[in-house]
Design a protein around this ligand. Sequence first.
Ligand code: PMP
Length: 381
Amino acid sequence: MAASQIFNFSAGPAILPPEVFERAASSVLELRSNAHARDGEGIGLSLLEISHRSKDFDAIHTGAIALVHEVLGIPDSCEVLLLQGGASLQFGMIPLNFAAAGRTACYVDTGSWSANAIKESKVVAETRGHETAVVASSKSSSYDHIPALPASLPEQACYLHVTSNNTIFGTEWESLPEVDTPVIVDASSNIGSRPMGLERATFGYAGAQKNLGPSGVTLVWYQREWVAAQPPQAGVPMILRYKTHADKGGLYNTPNTFGALVLKLMLEWVRDNGGVAGMATRNQAKADALYTLLDSSSLYTPLAKSGSRSRMNVVWRLGGAPSGQEDALTKRFVKEATAAGFSGLQGHRSAGGCRASIYNAFPLAGVTALCEFMQEFERKG
Ligand code: PMP
């Protein structure tokens, strides 16, 4: 947690609530006997030095998983794992475990992260022999919207992979698609931000470093029955099989123990602040404030089309001109914003412009202050 006057709009790793920072920090110095409670007895040891097989860590691990069900609404029929390797490892593990020759892995291409998932499916297909189909894409319009799905998916479809929020281009699915094919969702950048039908996913995953805690822990959940029914795939190392992790209660190898605690603290914070529905109200208010300003401005142009706009990552350009002039203006905007205490507004290099990431923990006051700064920047020219 940085100095108090800085509003951090980082796309991830991102801001966490002050009380989560505080409790995580105190657990590094000394873990409480009941894992995290403010008034618990200290155990005389840091969270960072206890065994992942100890009862103290077990309370953290099982507590975190219980909260994934309770707070995020992931059904009890789902296995929940806290893995490592980021969402990027899931891009490879998914086709390794679920694609087979004669089947078609289907993807919707809505931005760089979807494109990376597609790339990994194609790499796996070099030996596995499955097809990779991009069934819908918004690439030709610079990923400015969520494309419509085709009327039907390929007959041999084994899954449909979607990215529920596109962190770089600032677009978001309204809700998970309802199709007959099992849906796999990368929910890294909007998990827990609003009700969006995540419980309908057959398989889901999310890197924690936006809405769920620190980097280095990836939440994975899936319908046990569906995964058990998939034919075993040859040549997959043990650590890359979901079954390996599930059979060992999620502790096949040493997990990210710190990440598990912070994830648990984050889910408690969401629960205690109105749950996912409460997050939705807060997040909508923040996003509305920014989009209203962008839509009424002649200086700022939002990148995402309405109907596809992300409540988590708001992306805009300055000046409206595609030339180098825009770059100079953007640079000046970011420099002045940074000096005024608004950090992390530089857009991703592949989208350009500016981006305000306003995840669950980001306060409305920060958005209000940014809107005032942006209006003043536009007024003074
Ligand atoms: N998917 C999405 C939607 C993301 O935003 C990101 C990272 N920002 C990734 C995947 C990749 O995550 P990681 O760096 O944890 O592998």
